[in-house]
Design a protein around this ligand. Structure first.
Ligand code: ZN
Length: 833
């Protein structure tokens, strides 16, 4: 299917303007297809001209333009040409559409818990024509009125307020002007919680089998929602514009959530059926607040073309951290940002596929999705945080308010936002944008004690200096503003702020005393790799236990992992630091992040599995022993043990009713433990059948798929591979879980034949799937533990072929990880350091 190009989009927007859509959907036709009838009124600015309409039906029934029937056989590659347009036009399209099972289009899910069917619409990024006929591009906004026929026991919510007009027949209020990619509909026997805040009707929705879990957490969700509404109203100075505000937790959702105006859809794992860490609870709050930011920035004002998609995400990410920190109980927003978001973006920004935050030059919609990555979310957000600090609130928020006010219900570009900031009083925002937004790459910052001449002492004095090194392939002179501190052994510190404008910048700190450790960017303000010298690393096992600020500890942990990634720090030294300091950590975000990195990256990639196994398992056990019973830290540590244990008896003991004090083996923990038991060969298919009988939920079925793929038998691997490469009936979650469970460091011999098969068979299998699923499944199915030159050679050969966009990006990025692992193993091949 051709992806819309920017040239086609510009031309279409030049020729037409859309007045309104009326869409009627019939969801009563059984499990395969639904009826879709669309009437679009639109104007043509160049009467007599032609344009095209997007529609991707199972069967196109009729197309009528200004009363004349067109030949439905003229539908080609998802487009119908509309010719000889009048000044005012009406096109009516009637089609049978297929329900999807990949999380895009109109997704239909049958809950194995009770057999009930649920649907939701996901129109992002170019999936709207799988639901209704439309002019599918972000800058052709129009109001929508929907009518829907459903089974009688269903409820319906969507972008506009919905009400039943008769049994099984629903009408939705006409919306404000929306882009096609926001149009949604959530329908099924959903369980709902209704409330109101500040005149805004609120709704929460989830499938029946998760009803009790939503009810338990509804107050927390609604409180965060209300707090964020108040804060956004204060910051943006313009009220929420889309009427009711629904938050629907829907099954098998690919992203975390989608910001559809008035009706946000979330993945329903965010309705917790088991105990979670504080970090995960915070994650849900941050996702709620993120989607709310989009109601203004993204929905009310929308990017003109997909190349500014990053701006939506950067802005929402930054505002979320700020609003959560200032207005909600979830004040660990910047700790999470450091561990999860920054590391994601920093990795992306150092890959061969890196790109500038802005102006990535997406010439079609599909390539925009390719660059929708950690750079868009995390680097952009980190830069906006800096810009906010640099401009101050009056100018920063003043510019944002202007921007929203000027472009409400319309579209805008980065240039418009920069102009709005300039109009609000910013003086050098264009230069800032050139250095930070239009150049890719990460600077490395180091602190050194140098002998520098001074005015009073030309022979020189010991001076602390910060050196900045831009990546060779992307020279830049990026300014940084950050805080440098010298830490004494007891955790006390003296600090100085540094404005970095040159490659070497003196710091207003006297040279460190023996035993003091120098750290740069202790508040995690800038976007750079902080590289520590050997003396500082030697001081960390003690120091990490006494640094009070969790953000500073995150800076240190990130600095160490980046150094290992770059083969600049021996992974065994890293393991020494982890063993000394991690058990003292009680912040569950830090524990989850470091334990999963240690188990999933250090073990099996940077260090051979046989060498790392015992130490990694012992580390997780030590962390668990120190974690307070009943805390998020204990959950994080228990998952670490469950993921790395080498002795199945310990885990079997947990399942048989003797877990550590305070740890509850609820369904999610149970499956986490079972997956490890599968890898170790301590349970079999029959046991998994029994576990599935015990947990008949959709989540249970997905976990069982992961577990079966993890079993150490040729039959299990063959069955999993069949599902990955050939099974189109499997839902997207089951597919991802199968890919995820397939590889394990301890099963390399068993899975060796599949390394070459990945590069041979996955490219062919992507023809069975589209969009998001291709990138996600090919990333998860990549042979990530096959750390060898042969794998890199196979990857190179595959990349020489014609590949689907998402697949190419997955293979290139995963191969980049593999190359790093090879470099680390080469540099530090000996066990002794
Ligand atoms: Zn977003």
């Amino acid at each position: 299917m051709a992806s819309l190009t920017v040239a086609d989009a510009r031309e279409r927007a030049r020729v037409i303007a859309v007045d309104r859509y009326a869409v009627d959907l019939d969801l009563t036709r059984g499990p395969e297809t639904f009826g879709s009838t669309t009437t679009i009124r639109f104007r043509c600015r160049v009467p007599g001209a032609a344009t095209f309409l997007d529609v991707r039906p199972e069967r196109l029934l009729s197309v009528r333009l200004n009363g004349d029937y067109l030949d439905v056989g003229l539908l080609e590659d998802g487009r119908i040409r509309l010719e000889a347009l009048a000044e005012d036009n009406e096109v009516d399209v009637s089609a049978d559409m297929s329900y999807s099972h990949d999380g895009e289009g109109l997704h239909r899910h049958v809950d194995p818990a009770d057999g009930s069917a649920y649907v939701y619409a996901m129109s992002f990024l170019d999936a709207a024509p799988r639901i209704f006929a439309c002019f599918d591009q972000p800058d052709l906004k129009a109001p929508y009125s929907l009518t829907v026929s459903t089974p009688p026991d269903w409820t319906v919510v969507g972008n506009g307020a919905a009400w039943p007009v008769s049994s099984g027949r629903w009408q939705l209020r006409e919306t404000m002007p929306l882009s096609t990619y926001f149009v949604t509909l959530v329908a099924g026997p959903y369980h709902s919680v209704r409330a109101e805040h500040d005149g805004i009707p609120l709704g929460l929705h989830v499938k029946q089998s998760l009803a009790e879990h939503l009810d338990r957490d509804a107050e927390e969700i609604l409180t965060v929602t209300a707090q964020a509404f108040d804060e956004y109203h204060r910051l943006f100075g313009i009220r929420y514009p889309f009427g009711e505000y629904h938050q629907a937790f829907v099954p098998e959702f690919n992203a975390g959530a989608m910001e559809n105006p008035g009706c946000v859809t979330f993945r329903d794992q965010m309705v917790f059926r088991s105990r979670v860490t504080d970090g995960e609870r915070g994650d849900r709050a941050r996702t709620i607040v993120h989607e709310m930011a989009h109601q203004w920035f993204g929905d009310l004002v929308t990017m003109q073309w997909w190349d500014d998609l990053w701006l939506n995400e950067s802005f929402a990410e930054f505002m979320t951290r700020r609003v959560c920190q200032d207005a909600t109980a979830f004040t660990d927003a910047w700790v999470d940002f450091a561990f999860s978001r920054k590391r994601w973006g920093m990795t992306a920004d150092q890959r061969p596929s890196t790109h500038p935050v802005a102006g990535n030059g997406s010439t079609d919609a599909a390539s925009a999705l390719n660059d929708f990555d950690g750079i868009s979310y995390a680097k952009g957000a980190a830069l906006l945080k800096q810009l906010n600090a640099h401009l101050g609130d009056e100018v920063f928020l003043g510019g944002v308010r202007r921007h929203i006010g000027q472009h409400a219900y319309g579209n805008a570009t980065l240039a418009d936002l920069l102009q709005a900031w300039t109009d609000a009083g910013a003086v050098d925002v264009q230069d800032w944008a050139d250095q930070w937004l239009r150049l890719p790459g990460v600077d490395t910052l180091r602190l050194e004690t140098l002998r520098l001449a001074t005015e009073t002492d030309p022979s020189g004095a010991d001076t602390v200096a910060l050196t900045r090194t831009a990546p060779e392939q992307f020279p830049a002179r990026r300014p940084h503003t950050l805080t440098v501190a010298a830490y004494a052994a007891d955790g006390s510190s003296r600090s100085a702020e540094v404005q970095v404008a040159d490659d070497t910048t003196p710091v207003a700190l006297t040279a460190p005393e023996p035993g003091e450790v120098l750290l740069a960017d202790v508040h995690d303000d800038t976007w750079a790799k902080v590289r520590l010298d050997d003396d500082s690393v030697a001081g960390l096992p003690r120091l990490l236990q006494v640094i009070a600020d969790p953000v500073t500890r995150a800076v240190v942990w990130n600095s160490l992992t980046y150094a290992v990634d770059d083969a600049a720090l021996n992974p065994r030294t890293m393991l020494d630091v982890l063993e000394a300091a991690l058990p003292a950590e009680q912040q569950d975000i830090a524990l989850s992040s470091m334990l999963s990195w240690t188990n999933g990256v250090l073990r099996g990639r940077y260090l051979p599995q046989e060498e790392a196994d015992e130490r990694v398992a012992a580390l997780a056990t030590a962390v668990l022993h120190r974690a307070a019973p009943g805390t998020g830290a204990q959950i994080a540590a228990a998952r670490g043990v469950a993921g790395s244990a080498t002795d199945p008896d310990v885990l079997l003991f947990w399942l048989d009713g003797a877990p550590p004090d305070g740890l509850v083996i609820d369904p999610e923990m149970r499956w986490t433990v079972l997956q490890r038991l599968c890898v170790l060969g301590a349970v079999d298919d029959a046991r998994l059948d029994a576990e599935l009988a015990r947990d008949r939920s959709a989540a249970g079925a997905v976990h069982a798929a992961r577990c079966r793929a993890a079993l150490p038998t040729p039959e299990a691997k063959a069955a999993a591979w069949q599902r990955i490469t050939r099974d189109t009936a499997a839902g997207n979650y089951a597919l991802y879980a199968t890919c995820d469970g397939f590889w394990a460091p301890e099963q390399q011999e068993l899975t060796a034949p599949y390394v070459a098969r990945y590069f041979e068979e996955i490219p062919a299998s992507t023809g069975l799937r589209t969009g998001w699923v291709v990138g996600e499944m090919s990333r998860l199915a990549y042979p990530r533990y096959a750390v060898s030159d042969e794998t890199v050679d196979l990857a190179e050969a595959a990349l020489g072929q014609d590949l689907a966009t998402g697949l190419r990006r997955s293979i290139a990025d995963q191969t980049d990880d593999l190359r790093r692992a090879l470099a680390v193993r080469r540099r530090f091949s000996a066990r002794a350091t």
